[in-house]
Design a protein around this ligand. Structure first.
Ligand SMILES: [Zn+2]
Length: 496
């Protein structure tokens, strides 16, 4: 199974005959203090088998009690992805044997999930948006972990750590609305953004707080029925999910083109090889014998409780992006960069409110500051230039008291000496030429040296004024007062 030749041999014409159909199942650990049904701490790591009790281990006679905070986070997540929260939902037992799940079943929700019928909008390839439907969000508990390597006898033994047993999860199931690997990537990126904004999860993929399975099938374009799907399981980064889906689409097309049939199965993605492999596993045979969990009453989220929960719903990334564009005149790209992280967006907005021009703050933040921080390997918290320092720099630029060249020089010093901008500025106080006569002399010189550009300006190409400003600025070693220079250049050119 799955040992087909590399998929890259497929021609674009062959690929174009097929329509990929993709659905995603995302498991998200909730940021509660304790586990879903017991008082054990909900925390990643710890010495193996130390965060467990009779309830999360499913010992006989132990009774689960639902964690109220887990429900509240699940309701927040449901609402943020536009799902309708059911007033009544029911917990069910999903029965299966697995070594890292000593209970022999998982408490989940089956025919009556917490929430249904949502969506996330993703950017469409040709512009605009595509709406990806969300079938449901249900609550469940996590299993423990089997540890297959890292021990001297790992070749012959598997170790079990049950600390993760009973960690509260929500599973978010999309409709099979996704058509490309890139769209899957966009969907996941937006979903993660929303989950982080609402604070329901830390979405740390390396620690398994967010995990994704992809159901992939292909069908001939225009066919009435979906093809047989394969499930790619447990990929630990969005980039790899995109690669895995791409690979899987091509693999399936190749199978079908070769006259074969796609087998319904679970597959694992090997990121080192960039391909998926069939899992030798009985998981394809789904017979979980679901039945209502006898130890838990059905869950009621009435209107009053829901209302109280939703008081904690923050402004979400998408509306915030739009607002930042309108309120501060940011470009779509800058607004998207700023809102990708809620804390970053909060930091920006707090600074922008105190500045003379929010747009200048955005430009300096995303251009000058983040660039330097990345180069230096520093986070925004560690930046020598504080946000008030950045605002001061933006204001000086806005008022024309500093040229951008001078600003770069001051930032150089701030980063070299690990000093804030205001301190550097006060000490260095860069010279600025604000003498009209001196600036005019330099403008005359540049005008005389560039007759062609003068002609262009006279011919109506007024943007060429920027060229003259740049030349004079260079001549003045960055010291000409920018506001005055701009004004005088236009005046001189118009009279030339
Ligand atoms: Zn416990």
């Amino acid at each position: 199974m799955g040992q087909m030749a590399t998929a890259t041999l497929l021609s674009p014409e062959v690929l174009a005959k097929y329509q990929p159909v993709i659905g995603l199942e995302v498991h998200v650990q909730l940021l509660t203090r304790t586990k879903a049904f017991c008082g054990c701490i909900n925390q990643y790591g710890g010495d193996p088998n130390t965060h467990c009790c009779p309830v999360c281990l499913g010992l006989p006679g132990a009774l689960p009690v639902l964690n109220r905070h887990a429900v509240e986070l699940a309701v927040l997540a449901s609402t943020a992805i536009n799902c309708t929260v059911n007033e009544e939902s029911v917990f069910a037992r999903k029965n299966y044997f697995y070594p890292d799940s000593p209970k022999g079943y998982q408490i989940s929700q089956f025919d009556k999930p917490l929430a249904e019928g949502g969506y996330i909008d993703v950017p469409a390839e040709g512009g605009g948006v595509r709406r990806i439907g969300i079938t449901r969000l249900h609550m469940e508990e996590d299993a423990g972990k089997s540890i297959h390597d890292g021990f001297a006898d790992s070749a012959t033994r598997t170790y079990i750590d049950l600390n993760r047993c009973g960690t509260p999860l929500v599973e978010i199931v999309s409709e099979p609305d996704i058509r490309t690997a890139d769209e899957a990537y966009e969907y996941l990126t937006r979903l993660k953004e929303i989950l982080l904004y609402t604070g329901v999860s830390d979405c740390n993929m390396e620690e398994g707080s967010l995990r994704c399975d992809a159901n992939v099938s292909v069908m001939l374009k225009g066919a009435a029925e979906y093809g047989t799907k394969a499930e790619v399981k447990n990929v630990n980064s969005f980039r790899f999910i995109r690669e895995a889906i791409k690979y899987e689409i091509e693999r399936q097309i190749e199978v079908v083109e070769g006259g074969g049939r796609v087998v319904q199965e679970s597959r694992l993605y090997n990121s080192a090889e960039g391909r998926t492999y069939s899992m030798r596993s009985k998981e394809a045979a789904h017979d979980y014998r679901y039945f209502p969990e006898p130890d838990l009453p059905s869950l009621h989220v009435d209107a009053a409780w829901k209302k109280a929960i939703l008081r904690d719903l923050p402004e979400l990334p998408e509306p915030r992006r739009k607002r930042l564009q309108e309120q501060y005149g940011l470009t779509e790209q800058d607004a998207a960069t700023i809102t990708a992280d809620r804390t970053f967006a909060d930091t920006f907005e707090a600074a922008a409110k105190t500045a003379k021009s929010a747009k200048r703050v955005a430009n300096l933040l995303l251009g000058e500051l983040i660039g330097r921080l990345n180069t230096a390997g520093l986070s925004l918290d560690q930046s020598p230039v504080s946000m008030p320092g950045l605002v001061k720099a933006a204001d000086l630029l806005e008022e024309g008291k500093l040229s951008s060249k001078q600003l770069k020089g001051l930032f150089d010093i701030a980063f070299e000496k690990s000093e804030d901008f205001a301190a550097v500025y006060e000490r260095e106080k860069p010279q600025q030429i604000s003498d009209t006569g001196a600036i005019e002399t330099m403008i005359d010189e540049v005008i005389a040296a560039n007759p062609k550009q003068v002609e262009q300006f006279k011919g109506g190409k007024t943007t060429v004024a920027a060229f003259f400003v740049g030349q004079v600025m260079k001549l003045s070693k960055g010291q000409a007062n920018p506001a005055l220079l701009n004004e005088l250049v236009v005046k001189k050119l118009s009279a030339a």
